[in-house]
Design a protein. Structure first.
Length: 326
């Protein structure tokens, strides 16, 4: 018997970044640009001038206040954005000279009219603007903005601060600026978009590359499991689900390809996966395309077509003998 104890994101845009470029040491993570909106003035070239859509100040709008500090950048603080708003937040120039794996990270909170209003990001390479997409893709499909296949914006309600990451490796060695935009159409407004903790970093963090592989086994509970309701928030949105029963138990596993084997980084970490059922009041799930890369292939295009049906929880495991009830 296994005792499994769960242990314990027209025009729109917002831009935030900071920086003073410096080359990254091999294997090290170096912060090139950082803005948490606690200093004055912020390291931005433009904040919707002369439209005045973006501003920096104390956070009185989002559920938990500033993501990591009291001050944030947000659209029209204390009020909804307006019809036809075009909000641009453009960073100072960021030097990516000597970088090998630059990336942009930030936290975003948004509450907009779905589909017709939203936010997205662009990058300036010294001669023209190019659209960017966060790792994993945008969560929503808006009827404006960059002409891309699939989702192209943050729109609707995030429900919480969401961490975002954008791969900038295609712009390594260049001088760039980042623009976050908010675009609104002619009707229906909402609180808008907030940003905090914008950074441009080079190098791979130490915790990267040490995520273990897992092998999952079918399980059935011996003791009665009482279903319970939880609310889940990720980059695809907020959803209330009922946790029905445990169905899978996952061990960290050593995986070998030829003579090369991946060592376990966290042998004590396990997962218990529960079947979940989406609640009747949740909005209909909108299909979206994500691009993933791993050892089985780079740039794999996957269609996310439905609400999730499993919730996997980090767990501690103790073995209480082999076998069990038939």
């Amino acid at each position: 018997m296994l005792l499994i104890t769960p242990r314990a994101a027209f025009l729109l845009a917002a831009i935030l970044l900071l920086g003073a470029g410096m080359p990254a040491a091999s294997g090290a993570e170096v912060v090139l640009f950082q803005e948490d909106f606690e200093g004055s003035p912020p390291q931005v070239m433009e904040m919707s001038t002369p439209l005045g859509v973006w501003d920096v100040g104390p956070d009185n709008a989002t559920p938990a206040g500033g993501h990591s500090s009291p001050h944030i950048a947000e659209t029209r603080p204390g009020q909804d954005y307006q019809n036809y708003d075009i909000g641009r937040l453009i960073t100072d120039e960021i030097n990516l000279a000597g970088t090998t794996a630059p990336r942009l990270t930030f936290n975003i909170y948004y509450d907009t009219e779905p589909i017709h209003d939203g936010a997205f990001i662009w990058i300036w390479n010294g001669s023209q603007w190019f659209p960017l997409s966060p790792v994993g893709g945008y969560p929503s499909q808006c009827d404006f903005g960059p002409t891309v296949l699939g989702p192209n914006c943050w729109s609707g309600k995030s429900g919480a601060w969401l961490p975002q990451e954008v791969d900038l490796s295609a712009y390594a060695g260049q001088q760039v600026r980042i623009m976050f935009m908010l675009l609104a159409d002619y009707s229906i407004t909402a609180p808008g978009v907030a940003l905090d903790d914008i950074r441009v970093i080079d190098g791979v963090p130490e915790e990267r590359g040490v995520l273990d592989h897992f092998k999952c086994y079918a399980v059935r509970p011996i003791d009665k499991f009482e279903p319970r309701e939880v609310t889940l928030v990720d980059e695809f949105g907020e959803e209330t689900v009922t946790v029905l029963r445990p169905t899978r138990f996952c061990n960290p596993v050593v995986k070998c390809t030829g003579e090369s084997c991946a060592e376990l980084s966290h042998p004590e970490a396990h997962l218990t996966c529960y079947q979940i059922q989406s609640g009747p009041r949740n909005p209909q799930f909108k299909k979206r395309t994500v691009v993933v890369s791993n050892q089985f292939g780079d740039q794999q295009h996957l269609v996310v077509s439905a609400h999730g049906d499993l919730l996997c929880v980090p767990s501690l495991k103790s073995l209480q003998g082999r076998g069990g009830p038939k």
